[in-house]
Design a protein. Sequence first.
Length: 264
Amino acid sequence: MQEYSDFTPSGEHPPDERVVHRIRCTILERKDDEKSHPPDSFPYGMVIDDTCTMQWLDMVRTMRIELPLNSKRPTVNRRFLCDSKRELVSTIEKMVLQGLEKAGFNTNEFTVFCNKYMRILEYDRKGSELLPHRDGTKTCDETGHKSSHTLLLFLSYCENGGETILMDGKGDWPMQRNISVSNERRFRHWEQKNEKYQDVSDADKTHVCIGIQPIKGRIFLFPHNWPHAGGTCEYTKNCFESRNDYTEKAIIIISQFNPLLFEK
C-alpha cells in the first residue's frame, strides 16, 4: 500500500465554503430498505456535483499515475493508496458535509469520517463491467468503528455505459450480466422543491433501479448493503477522449472510500 501525502497544491484547498450555493445534492432513499438500518444510522445515499475544482481533480489524477498498477483482475485495473496524513480524505469529508448542508441537513448533527485506505479502479476495455454485489464493512484502524457507506469519487467521464447501478436485491438480481440502463432510469438531480428525498426503490425487469453516470468530480455515496453493479462500458476511445482532454485513453477512474457516516 503506497503512501502519498502531497495532495493539495499551493493556494488550492477545496472545497471553498463560498461555493456551497452552487453545489447540487440529491438524497436517495429506499423505502423498501428502511427496516434494515439501525434507528440512529444514516440510511440514505447521496449524489453530489460541483463541489470540487477541476484543478484539484487534475492534481488527484496526476497523483494516481504515480501509483503502481495492479492488473490481477480481468475486468479492472487497480491502484492502492494510503492517505496516512489524511490530506485527501479530509477534503472529501468536507465535500460530503457541504452536500448535507445543501440538502438541508444540520451538519452539526453529523460526523463524517473517511477511511485512509483507497482503491482507484480503472476500466480501460470496452465491455468491462462490475458484477452485481453488496459491499462489506471495514473496521477503521484509527477509530475502531465499522464503516457504513461506500463513497465513489469519479475522476473521469463515461458517456456511454459505465454507470454505478443500484438494484432491487430481489429474485435473480445477482445473476444479471451485461446490464444496461434505460434513459428513464438515468439519475437526474431531484428538482421537487417540497421533497428532500428521491425514492429509488422501484426497479425494471432486470432489477435496475437507477444508474449513476460517471461525471468528473461527482461524488456518489450509498450504504454498503444496497445491491449494485457496474454497468457495461460501451464507449469508444475517440468519443471518450472528446469528452475529456486530460485522459490519454478510454478509462473510468473511481476512487473508492469506505466512510463512517453516522449521527452524533
